[in-house]
Design a protein around this ligand. Sequence first.
Ligand code: GLU
Length: 446
Amino acid sequence: MTVKVRFAPSPTGFLHIGNARTALITWLFCQKNNGHLLLRIDDTDVERSKKEYEQAIEDGLTWLGINWDQKENQNNRLERYNEVIEKLKADGRLYACYETPEELGLKRKAQLSRGVPPTYDRAALELTEDDIKKFEAESRSAHWRFKLNHAPITWTDHIRGPIEFNGKDLSDPVVLRENGTPLYHLCSVIDDIDFGITHVVRGEDHVSNTATHVQMFEAINGQAPEFAHLSLVSDTEGGKLSKRLGAMSLKDIKNDEGLEPMSIVSLLARLGTSDPIEPYKTADELIESFDFSKFSRSTPKFDSDELIRLNSKILHETDYTEAKDKLAELGLDHIDEEFWNGVRANLERMKDAQDWWEMANGKVNSVIDAEDKDFMAKASELLPPAPWNDETFSAWTKSLKENTDRKGKGLFMPLRKALTGMEHGPELKVLLPLLGPEKTKKRLVA
Ligand code: GLU
């Protein structure tokens, strides 16, 4: 069997950490099984769906390295949906309902106050011809529900294990609106059938939808695909992802935050699994180690700081040849290989390289207090010979300790103020080789 999966975003907003994770896990599973990935755009809600979002979703996926084999828009398939809807009506699996949202709301309230579950009471099945005529005379149009069989619904979920529902505990889902447009449930099932989807991977918020879908699959073609329902990610306090990076679109994480796509991929591929979260520069290892059995059913926590830590670790291992084009994209093509190698171990984000560049090459107002003048002259005299590397600073300060009466803060702070103009800032050990002997000398005597 060839694995065929789909990622089905609604283009009513941007990709965020939560839906990017569903996309990534679907893709990893697909890659692991040499499968086929369909990008299905769920755009039947024409008022809220926007081409701009559709494009941003595609850009976001591409940026993460997620590719797909086929793309379909639900909005191009309305004719096909109608065909199936007519067939289900003829089979007696869809029935017309005339309740207004207010009437449904009242029924719900009454059920809740009686302490019974608020499922639809199927009053529409009792309507007489006369009732229907009356509604139509009032120009009410019908919405249509799918009639669930009151029987057990079971499946073995790849993540949640054996699942059991009973049709009698669920509301018959609305599948066709008053205005004649089909709703997500039925469209999704028809697509999964028509495109030969073998595995549906999506968030656990869809579990009870899935129970109703299983009966729709059976009513249309007799067989449902396999399912994997992922636990939804929360923030560090266990709440909905709403803060910082957790709430940002991928577009902003890329452009404003300047993070590397592989830091997101490394984190989201392993979050909520029994495998360790580690920085990876390619997805190979993540594909290789992928297995649904490693996913936990508890809620994984997304931590922005963990993402930043992975980002730094990835940058620390990024060679200049890999960084070059990205630096150019950021307008940082003045950063050459030597400079990159000097600073990369100190970067959180690639764009931080520019702060180091300005520190080393820009204008710095050296601060030398009167009582430090002689010490600076000595410091200049004792500078180690070139070439300089990350050992130079300690060699230099060691000989300053031996040859002057300075130590601790009294030794380091005047050097820092002279070399950077500030009392806080970059590690001098890193800065020194970037400055080189000539600029260092100038700043010591300024
Ligand atoms: N458009 C639906 C969503 O974003 C798709 C769910 C599914 O995968 O079937 O929730």
